[in-house]
Design a protein around this ligand. Structure first.
Ligand code: DCP
Ligand code: CA
Length: 368
C-alpha cells in the first residue's frame, strides 16, 4: 500500500503573532499575551509570548506577576490582554484556506490542523514538500501569519515534525526515515507525554523515543493502562493509523455562539443549543435542504475543539431531530472530556440533500 501523506500545520506563537501583525511596532520587543483573572491588577496567567520574550524565559502558563519580574529591566516589554475575537477571525480565515487544499481536513485547535493529501501527491513526499511551501506562502500572503509545517506518513509523526523546526519551519519525515527521525527525540516531544508521564518514564529508564520503542508493550500497559500503553508503544515505533477526520462536512449549515460564561452545566448550555438549532433549522428550511447528519462542536477553555456527529436513519427537515440529537451528542461529548469547561458551542446539520421538487442553483444552471 502507498504511504499516506499527512501534513500538520501549527501557527507560530499564534496569539502574540496576531498582535504583532496588528501593530508591527511590537516586533523585536518582548510581547506577553495575558489572561487577566481580574482579582488584582497583575493576577492571572500568561497565555503566550513571542520568541523575544521566550528567549528571556517568559512562557505560556506562568503567572503574569512572574513574567513582569523577569522583564522588569525591559522597558520595551508589552503586556496585552487576550483578544479572542481577533485570533478567531484570523484562525477561521486560515482554516478555510487549508480546508480547500485537503482531501480530508481536521482542525485540532484554534491554531493547528491536519491535512490528508495522499491522493493528490500519490505518495510522493517531494510533491508534498511543494504543497507545504505553497500553503505557507498562501497563508502569509492572505493573513501575514507564519506557521510551521510537518509532513509525515501519519498524524502523530506529522505533529512531532511540525514542532521540530519552529518558527516558520518545514520538516519532512519520509517513510524510510521514521525511526532515524523519531528515536533520538526525548519522550516529552510525543503528544500526550506531559511532565508527570515524562517523570514516570524517566524512573523506568525511558528518556528517548528509542528507549520507549524497546519497552515491552505489556509493561507499558501495566503502567499506563491499555489505551495509553498501546498508544505509547505504537507511536514510538512510528505506527499510527488514525484517519484525518473531516470534522466539518463539505456542505453544511452551522451556527456557533460564545456562552456567557465558561461552563459544563447542561441547564446553562441547553437554551443556547436550542437557539442555535432553531437558527440552523430555519436556514436549512428556507434554502430547501434536508439533512441526514446532526453535529455539535465544543470550543473548550483550553482552546481545543471537540466535535461529535450522528447520522439519522433517513433525511429529515424536523427541528426536533436537531434538538434531540444535538442534546444527546453534547452529553456524550462532555462525558468524554471530564475536566474542561465549554467556552463556545456550535450546532450543525450536514449531509444535505434537496427537498423534493427543488434544485440548487448550480444544478439548475447545469440543466439549462
Ligand atoms: N495557549 C494558551 N495557554 C497555554 C497554551 C496555549 O492560552 N497554556 C494559547 C495561546 C497560543 C495558542 O493557544 O498562541 C496556541 O498554542 P501553542 O501551544 O501552539 O503555542 P503558540 O502558538 O503560542 O506557540 P508555538 O510557536 O510554539 O506554536
Ligand atoms: Ca502554535
Amino acid at each position: 500500500m502507498e504511504s499516506r501523506v499527512i501534513l500538520h500545520v501549527d501557527l507560530d506563537y499564534f496569539f502574540a503573532q496576531c498582535e504583532e501583525r496588528e501593530n508591527p511596532s511590537l516586533r523585536n520587543r518582548p510581547v506577553v499575551v495575558c489572561v487577566y483573572s481580574g482579582r488584582t491588577a497583575d493576577s492571572g496567567a500568561v497565555s503566550t509570548t513571542n520568541y523575544v520574550a521566550r528567549a528571556l524565559g517568559v512562557k505560556s502558563g506562568i503567572p503574569i506577576a512572574f513574567a513582569k519580574r523577569i522583564l522588569k529591566e525591559r522597558d520595551d516589554a508589552v503586556f496585552l490582554p487576550v483578544n479572542e475575537e481577533l485570533y478567531e477571525r484570523i484562525s477561521e480565515s486560515i482554516m478555510n484556506l487549508l480546508r480547500s487544499h485537503a482531501e480530508r481536513f481536521e482542525q485540532e485547535s484554534i491554531d493547528e490542523a491536519f491535512l490528508d493529501i495522499s491522493k493528490k501527491v500519490d505518495g510522493d513526499f517531494e510533491k508534498a514538500e511543494g504543497i507545504g511551501l505553497q500553503l505557507k506562502r498562501e497563508i502569509y500572503s492572505k493573513e501575514r501569519i507564519t506557521c510551521s509545517v510537518g509532513i509525515a506518513p501519519n498524524k502523530i509523526l506529522a505533529k512531532v515534525a511540525s514542532d521540530f523546526r519552529k518558527p516558520d519551519g518545514l520538516t519532512i519525515v519520509h517513510p524510510e526515515e521514521v525511526t532515524n527521525f523519531l528515536w533520538p527525540l526525548e519522550v516529552g516531544k510525543l503528544y500526550g507525554v506531559g511532565k508527570k508521564t515524562e517523570k514516570k518514564m524517566s524512573e523506568m529508564g525511558i528518556q528517548t523515543m528509542a528507549d520507549l520503542a524497546k519497552v515491552d508493550v505489556q509493561k507499558l500497559i501495566e503502567t499506563f493502562g491499555p489505551n495509553l500503553g498501546k498508544y505509547f508503544h505504537d507511536s514510538a515505533n512510528g505506527i499510527d493509523d488514525e484517519p484525518v477526520e473531516e470534522r466539518e462536512g463539505r456542505e453544511q449549515i452551522s451556527r456557533i455562539a460564545t456562552l456567557k460564561e465558561n461552563t459544563r452545566d447542561a441547564p446553562k448550555i441547553t437554551p443556547e443549543l436550542k437557539r442555535l438549532a432553531e437558527e440552523a433549522h430555519r436556514e436549512s428550511v428556507t434554502e430547501g435542504w434536508k439533512f441526514r447528519s446532526v453535529g455539535v462542536l465544543a470550543f473548550m477553555e483550553d482552546l481545543t475543539v471537540h466535535s461529535r456527529s450522528r447520522t439519522l436513519e433517513s433525511p429529515s427537515s424536523k427541528l426536533e431531530d436537531i434538538i434531540s440529537t444535538s442534546t444527546d451528542l453534547l452529553k456524550e461529548l462532555l462525558d468524554g472530556i471530564p475536566d474542561l469547561q465549554i467556552r463556545r458551542i456550535g450546532v450543525k446539520v450536514s449531509n444535505l440533500s434537496k427537498q423534493e421538487g427543488q434544485k440548487s442553483l448550480e444544478e439548475f444552471l447545469k440543466l439549462s
